[in-house]
Write a protein that binds this ligand. Structure first.
Ligand code: ADP
Ligand code: MG
Length: 463
């Protein structure tokens, strides 16, 4: 096969991948049953072509596993035929349904002026994330009420609104809901939804391509600015500075800003000027839902997906999974897919059989900090106590940073709790370690491969 990549620009290669991926989806849709296709295949998307490596993003580890174990051969075959080159296909887990990374892989060469002018800054909003599908309970009531008020009168009530809380608790859902409701209420309103990550990449590429004026002009014309996961900005000095100016410009024009983060503002370690601005507005947290809310979420989701579930099953799942709504949803979908594959109905016994293995809080192959530490220690042949301890020798420091980074990536652990798992270190040390590893990952392909391999080992190791 000819190495077509040699003739294709990055732009063209990505376009070719897009078309080939569409083709692969058509073929798979014929071959895979509907729930599985809808849940795990259709939600995946091409991320980038790097040389002969094609990266496909999935939003859950189950989807990734499903694609890798069952369909990778066929996908590879179709992509290779359509793109006319030998390929390696890698399925990756990208949390949170955010197509952010796409911008990371935009071509590095300067683009024609007209193109960058037209490029929207907003990431797409997911129409399923609206107020109707959001279940309100005691642990998210305040955030929900503020979000609703903002959609009714942006810039008037709570500005900014800062929503924080752990992973999978509905922050992104609420953001998308605000954006869509505001657009419905005020046609023509300029809504921009970005993540901290996307903002960073926009800014960096505007610097690289000498388009900062264009960048600023676009950001300053926004009426409603939704910035998701701003913890990503922490420690990125220039981006944080630019964010500060953008923030001020938008705020001073009386426009609405909504922010989310995995931590409260005071724990973010951001510039104090930013912190004091966030504290001027409304701060609302979201916490894991109580049992009744979890049941209501499951009912809503089942109804939306046309899945019939008895109360017993709903209760079983709601009791099994307590801390993350995303996991609650994937349990439901997994169970449904299993039942339709086996052509059987969903009973509590089946639910227990299918879910207790993967989702049960004790029996689960859930990755925790200790498991990551163990595997990293094994891989680098260092003592677990050294890894967790204070030793500063280089052959310990790097594995320790890797372990911190992987715990951050693979578990729901908060930064302070990661610090604790390493002999009571401060969360800023954890942030620093993660940053170091991120930098190394960007610049060193073989290091990235090593980490991927390690990540796979951690996922595959049974507890
Ligand atoms: P976060 O941004 O806090 O990590 P998301 O907003 O991505 O979480 O939510 C994860 C999943 O859980 C999404 O599919 C979302 O629709 C769902 N979800 C979270 N909270 C709720 C809720 N209160 N009602 C309905 N669905 C919810
Ligand atoms: Mg989110």
């Amino acid at each position: 096969m000819v190495d077509k990549q040699l003739q294709l620009g990055e732009d063209d290669a990505f376009l070719a991948l897009g078309n080939a991926w569409k083709h692969a989806l058509e073929v798979l849709e014929e071959q895979v049953n509907k729930p599985s296709f809808e849940s795990w295949i259709k939600t995946a998307r091409p991320l980038a072509v790097e040389g002969n490596l094609v990266r496909i993003a999935t939003t859950s580890s189950f989807a990734r596993h499903w694609l890798e174990s069952k369909h990778i051969g066929l996908i590879k075959e179709i992509l290779e035929t359509d793109m006319g080159m030998k390929l390696k296909v890698r399925v990756e887990l990208i949390e949170g349904d955010e197509p952010v990374i796409l911008t990371d892989k935009l071509p590095k060469k300067p683009k024609p002026q007209s193109k960058s002018d037209d490029e929207p800054i907003s990431l797409p909003l997911n129409s399923q994330y609206n107020f109707e599908t959001f279940v309100v309970g005691p642990t998210n009531r305040l955030a929900h009420a503020c979000a609703m008020a903002i959609a009714e009168s942006p810039g008037r009530t709570y500005n900014p609104l800062f929503v924080y809380g752990g992973a999978g608790l509905g922050k992104t859902h609420l953001m998308h809901a605000v954006g869509q409701a505001a657009m419905a209420n005020f046609p023509g309103m300029k809504v921009a939804y970005v993540s901290g990550e996307a903002f960073t990449y926009h800014y960096i590429s505007s610097l690289r391509e000498h388009r900062t004026a264009d960048f600023r002009r676009k950001y300053r014309s926004i009426d409603l600015w939704l910035v998701d996961d701003i913890q990503f900005l922490v420690g990125k000095e220039r981006t944080e500075e630019e964010f500060f100016h953008t923030y001020n410009a938008i705020y001073e024009m009386g426009k609405q800003i909504v922010l989310t983060s995995d931590r409260a503002p005071k724990d973010l370690n951001l510039d104090t000027r930013l912190l004091s601005r966030f504290e001027c507005g409304m701060i609302a947290d979201v916490a894991p839902p109580d049992l009744e809310t979890r049941m209501a979420i499951l009912e809503t989701k089942a109804e939306f997906e046309h899945i019939a579930l008895s109360n017993d099953v709903i209760l079983y799942i709601a009791k099994l999974i307590t801390s993350n709504v995303r996991r609650l949803e994937s349990a439901l979908i997994q169970l449904h897919a299993y039942a339709s594959l086996m052509k059987t109905s969903v009973t509590p016994t089946l639910a227990e059989e299918v879910l207790s293995k993967h989702f049960g809080e004790q029996a689960a192959p859930v990755i925790d900090a200790q498991k990551v530490q163990l595997e990293v220690a094994k891989k680098f042949n260092v003592d677990l106590s050294d890894l967790k301890g204070k030793c500063r020798s280089a052959d310990i420091v790097m594995p320790r940073q890797i372990a911190m980074y992987l715990i951050r990536e693979l578990t729901d652990c908060s930064l302070p709790s990661i610090g604790k798992a390493f002999g009571g270190r401060d969360h800023t040390t954890v942030i620093h370690s993660c940053k170091k590893i991120e930098e190394k990952l960007e610049n060193d392909k073989s290091f990235a491969a090593l980490l991927k391999e390690l990540e796979r080992q951690i996922r595959d190791t049974k507890v």
